[in-house]
Design a protein around this ligand. Structure first.
Ligand SMILES: C[S@@+](CC[C@H](N)C(=O)[O-])C[C@H]1O[C@@H](n2cnc3c(N)ncnc32)[C@H](O)[C@@H]1O
Length: 193
């Protein structure tokens, strides 16, 4: 019960920060906001996550991550084509941010992410909600829903974010779209399987 309360308060704090950053309209205010967050940004250790492992398909990205000095293990892996190099149920939390989208990591990776999460552990996934990614997003939601219907996990939160990231496709830029929307999903793996 105490753990549940601590989890909820941590989640509320993350939601408050995400909402705040998306409501800071003026660039100067946004930068001040990030100044305040910087000392603990990427410091998951401060929240009790002491062992951080990272995966990416790009060697350059892995080298960049290595220079941060916060990961105990970094491996190259082509997600969706190779099994995750980790035993079942070994992680308290699994995050995949900015990689689940058309032309990147296929939705077939999701059961693998769930496999390596411990029973009762959490998974955070993100995808884009722009028109070019809607087919992928629908396919992803189908995979997420199927796993929930099978009782393998439960959805804790789904949050659409209007200004998720800067539009990068020429088509969107030509249409004057500055930011595209996105969505964050938080799931909890079933404690008993
Ligand atoms: C937009 S970046 C996001 C990086 C980081 N997660 C972040 O939020 O800043 C997408 C990352 O996904 C990786 N990626 C794309 N497809 C991949 C695949 N099939 N397997 C492994 N990594 C992949 C890319 O190398 C890149 O590092």
């Amino acid at each position: 019960m105490a753990d549940d309360r601590a989890d909820s308060s941590r989640l509320a704090e993350v939601q408050r920060r995400v909402a705040q950053v998306h409501h800071e309209g003026h660039p100067e205010q946004q930068l001040r906001f990030y100044d305040g967050w910087a000392p603990e940004y990427e410091e998951l250790q401060a929240k009790g996550f002491c062992r951080l492992h990272g995966l990416d398909g790009s060697q350059g990205m892995l080298e960049h991550a290595c220079r941060k000095g916060i990961y105990q293990d970094l491996k190259r892996c082509l997600l969706g084509q190779e099994a995750l190099p980790a035993p079942e149920g070994c992680y308290d939390a699994v995050l995949i941010v900015g990689a689940l989208s058309e032309g990147q990591v296929p939705t077939s990776v999701v059961p693998e992410l769930l496999r390596v999460t411990r029973p009762g552990g959490y998974l955070c996934l993100t995808t884009r909600s722009n028109t070019g990614n809607l087919e992928y997003k629908a396919q992803l939601q189908q995979v997420l829903n199927e796993l929930e219907q099978r009782g393998l996990w439960r959805k804790v939160m789904e949050q659409e974010v209007e200004a998720w990231e800067r539009a990068t496709s020429e088509k969107e830029s030509a249409q004057g779209v500055e930011y595209i929307p996105g969505v964050v999903y938080l799931y909890q793996k079933s404690p008993v399987l």
